[in-house]
Write a protein that binds this ligand. Structure first.
Ligand code: ZN
Length: 375
């Protein structure tokens, strides 16, 4: 039995586990995250790993971290809740441990765990949508994580769904996560309690008598009791969630959406309205199957299990090509990875765009339009 270590690095805690090949966690440890200091966070990671390594043969070590991880899976480009900015996390932790580690985005790690061992087991086209304070997400296409050219793919929480809508933490307005997240649920409940205190009596009671005292767990509790005001909040937020999933299905057509994050603990209270809205909004409904929408199964362990499994997989894979990642045509010969594709389809070149559109319209074109246009 090969063991691997997975570490889930969040804004408040570092959780790590020794994980076997079947995704079972054998031992687990937790520390609080010294989030303001990158070196201290890295030391906290190294400490939990060192503790788990004692007395065990471990094949690989994976870190799942909350933030933008570059495509080379080495650098944290940006982390909203940690002090990492262009931090060479892989190198820093490897220096402290004297061993190789694999760095991954935490939502990617969770999605991988759910697809391998959890709610989406058996599916090859999966989207994880983690509904917490905001919305995190990850995409698996054809059994592989889709990372995008720079590693940042899968941030639908910041797709604008309401022009000039609510202000988002990212600086834009009207982002999906301002309507379909835990924060949105709380905002709906407080707003309702301010406007209609009599109707929100139970919510106010649970919140200590003031709208500001109402938070997520109280809303879930009231909804579980059948409180109409709390149920209405789930209807609204679940509705926004389902509408967004239909938009994502229009782009990716996954077989299964896995809904994770803290708000997913409300289960069907969230999924019922989400499924209803999804089925109302899906383009071509009635002529295509509906994707499964399921609650995540692995809970808070998903990040640990996924990071460990991805690291084990990387350690078993053949050595990667040593082409410099910044080289303009870094892909292998004949691959579609050349940067010239990106430039040739930019808006600065309308002639090429027209050619691209023409090629795209030809049903017998056997190459992707962008590549055909550059030849
Ligand atoms: Zn945003």
């Amino acid at each position: 039995m090969t063991l691997a270590i997975g570490v889930d690095v969040g804004g408040t805690k570092v959780a790590a586990g020794l994980v076997d090949e079947t995704g079972r966690i054998i031992t687990k440890l937790k520390r609080s995250t010294p989030a303001a200091s990158p070196p201290q966070t890295e030391q906290a990671i190294a400490d939990v790993v060192t503790e788990l390594l004692a007395g065990h043969q471990v094949a690989a070590i994976g870190l799942g971290a909350a933030g933008f991880v570059d495509r080379e899976r080495a650098t944290m480009l940006f982390a909203p809740n940690l002090a990492w900015r262009d931090e060479p996390l892989k190198q820093r932790v490897e220096e402290r441990l004297g061993r190789e580690v694999v760095v991954e985005n935490d939502a990617n790690a969770s999605a991988w765990a759910e697809a391998r061992f959890g709610a989406a087991r058996g599916y090859r086209d999966v989207m994880l949508v983690a509904v917490g304070t905001g919305i995190g997400a990850a995409i698996i296409i054809g059994g592989e994580l889709y990372r995008g050219r720079w590693g940042i793919a899968g941030e639908p929480g910041h797709v604008r769904v309401v022009p000039d809508g609510r202000l988002c933490g990212c600086g834009n307005r009207g982002c999906w996560e301002q309507y379909a997240s835990g924060n949105a649920l709380v905002a709906e409940a407080r707003e309702f309690a301010r406007r209609t205190p009599v109707g929100a009596m139970r919510l106010l009671q649970l919140g200590g008598g003031v709208p500001e005292g109402i938070s997520g767990p109280e809303i879930t509790r009231a909804a579980t009791e059948g409180d109409p005001a709390a149920l209405r909040c789930f209807q609204i937020v679940g509705g926004w969630l389902g509408q967004g999933l239909a938009d994502l299905a229009a782009i990716l057509d996954p077989a299964c959406f896995v809904i994770g994050g803290g708000v997913s603990e409300a289960g069907e209270l969230l999924l019922d309205p989400a499924r209803a809205a999804f089925e109302r909004a899906l383009t071509g409904r009635g002529h295509r199957p509906f994707a499964e929408i399921r609650i995540a199964q692995l809970g808070q362990d998903a990040g640990i299990v996924g990071a460990a499994d991805l690291a084990r997989r990387a350690s078993e894979a053949p050595a990667p090509q040593t082409t410099a990642p910044s080289s303009p045509s870094s892909g292998p010969p004949g691959s579609l990875g050349s940067e010239s594709c990106i430039r040739s389809t930019s808006m600065a070149n309308p002639a090429t765009n027209a050619a691209t559109a023409q090629n795209a319209a030809k049903p017998d074109t056997d190459q992707p339009a962008a590549v055909a246009a550059t030849r």
